[in-house]
Design a protein around this ligand. Sequence first.
Ligand code: DQA
Length: 144
Amino acid sequence: QQVFILNGPNLNMLGKREPGIYGATTLSDIEAMCRAEGEVLGVDIEFRQSNHEGDLVNWIQEAGERRALVLINPAAYTHTSIALHDAIRAAGVILVEVHISNIHARESFRHHSYVSSLAKGVLCGFGVDGYVMGLRALIKLAPQ
Ligand code: DQA
């Protein structure tokens, strides 16, 4: 089973970016955590990040074609991207949404997600551990 772990804009800056909110962990650290968990779960992980909305759209389409499961932190595109919403809907992928911070405890413009209505589940506020929790949850949702 293949799992795409997709990361949206500014997540390449983790570690340096607002550490009070996002912590000191870098995206490479998160990738290493996910790869370690992927080995335990016996899944093949494709870990990607982009600052461009269209890359995320292309990767969702690719995941749909490959019948891959998707764990996504769409970052700011969560709150803005109808294109991402449409891509997920069209691809019909099994998807879990993750956010490092608790988006509901922050500014009101972060409270709405264009992705959540299409996700099997949403994790937010558990810090970077949310990625590992989300990966485990995703594998349990996969058709056997
Ligand atoms: C985020 C929350 C978003 O509101 C924000 O734009 C991000 C990161 C998170 O992981 O907490 O870039 O998705």
